[in-house]
Write a protein that binds this ligand. Structure first.
Ligand SMILES: [Zn+2]
Length: 380
């Protein structure tokens, strides 16, 4: 018995050790009640498939460097944005490198990240901040340095998706993420919501030494995706919608690295699975640890959009009011011109995108019926 216990204990540790480039933990082994209730609401919204409209997410990239170590150029930041958007929109050039049996399940997630053009004060911005500090984070929530850099600089999470790029992460992880909301393991306060990624893993130019896809993977976690394997259990699970990654069109698998075709689990058709046969492992999935990643699945798309459209802090990000407040929508229509009397005023919003009554001496956005927007301050 002693030997058996030792054996059970060792397996997950070994599996973790062989490929631990992502510092994000697997989900809780036992779901708590709040998580169960929230997942039920999210699943209901997933069944609506949250429409198929393009969800544009205002984004800010915080570069946390030390004396320039870990600082990257604006061009490299833009290149990293290109990579994640190509991956989320499935406009990446390598879609045809996958196994054709998964082509019908590959998704354009219709999610786009755009750098903000207005900061939380309503002032012009590049959507990039730079902070010089000697600290760097630890990926374990129990460590005192967990998320330390996030408390130095963060923008309101109900307006912006925050991404932190750092020069180093303790323990060797290339990135780690925070699941959305407080109900989930590795969830947490909203002010620290977002991925932490080494700056040399961002984009493909400049100081980058990678394909930029650590960010794609970590943002997947932030939008509610688990690994396609679950390393803590190292089992295939059972029903596809309640075990493993809870996504039915990513076949259950065990953690592997590299890119050698394999079929580690035979329960691919258990639960509401779209598969009619036992499938090979989906090495192409961004949420695997394999090196030939090039797809999110349709089920992952529904799950991410389910989280985005359900959670209160996230479901205002992509709305017109917020796109205006962050300078992304109709930026050219935002003027300082005086009111034109024959237009009908629809509503007034503040710089945080909230409806507000008329106020003097405050910068406010005036939204008119003809689609125009004015940013004005009425001075007393
Ligand atoms: Zn991960």
């Amino acid at each position: 018995m002693k030997q058996l216990l030792l054996f059970l204990f060792c397996i997950p540790q070994l599996l973790l050790a062989q490929s631990n480039w992502c510092g994000t933990a697997d989900k809780m082994k036992a779901e708590n009640q709040a998580q169960k209730e929230l997942m039920q609401i999210i699943r209901t919204n997933m069944q609506k498939k949250s429409g198929d409209s393009l969800l544009i997410i205002p984004t800010v990239v915080h570069i946390i460097h030390h004396n320039g170590n870990g600082d990257i150029s604006d061009l490299q930041v833009l290149d990293g944005m290109r990579v994640i958007n190509e991956d989320f929109r499935r406009t990446n050039a390598d879609t045809i490198n996958g196994n054709p049996i998964f082509y019908p399940f590959a998704a354009d997630c219709k999610i786009e990240f755009r750098l903000a053009k207005l900061n939380p004060n309503g002032d012009s911005t590049s959507g990039i901040t730079r902070t010089d500090t000697s600290i760097y984070p630890h990926p374990e929530p129990t460590n005192a340095n967990f998320d330390n850099v996030k408390y130095i600089v963060n923008w309101p999470p109900n307006m912006y998706f925050n991404i932190w790029l750092v020069r180093h992460i303790s323990g060797g992880a290339l990135g780690y993420a925070q699941y959305p909301g407080t109900a989930f393991t590795y969830g947490g306060p909203w002010e620290t919501y977002g991925p932490t990624i080494r700056s040399y893993e961002w984009g493909t130019i400049g100081s980058s030494a990678s394909d930029g896809r650590t960010a794609t993977h970590e943002i997947g976690h932030c939008l509610g995706l688990y690994h396609t394997f679950l390393s803590y259990s190292a089992t295939c699970g059972a029903e596809c919608d309640t075990t493993g990654d809870e996504v039915c069109d990513t076949p259950p698998t065990l953690p592997t690295s590299g890119c050698t075709t394999a079929n580690q689990c035979s329960n691919d058709m258990m639960g509401p699975s779209p598969f009619t046969q036992d499938m090979t492992d989906q090495l192409e999935n961004y949420m695997s640890y394999n090196t030939c990643q090039n797809m999110f699945s349709l089920g992952q798309k529904d799950r991410m959009r389910g989280f985005l459209t359900t959670l209160d802090t996230l479901n205002g990000l992509y709305l017109d009011d917020n796109l205006i407040a962050t300078g992304i929508l109709q930026a050219t229509a935002i003027t300082e011109l005086p009111n034109t009397e024959n237009r009908k005023l629809l509503r007034i919003v503040d710089v945080l995108g909230r409806n507000t009554p008329f106020k003097k001496n405050t910068p406010l956005f005036y939204l008119y019926e003809d689609g125009t927007v004015e940013k004005r301050i009425v001075v007393e």
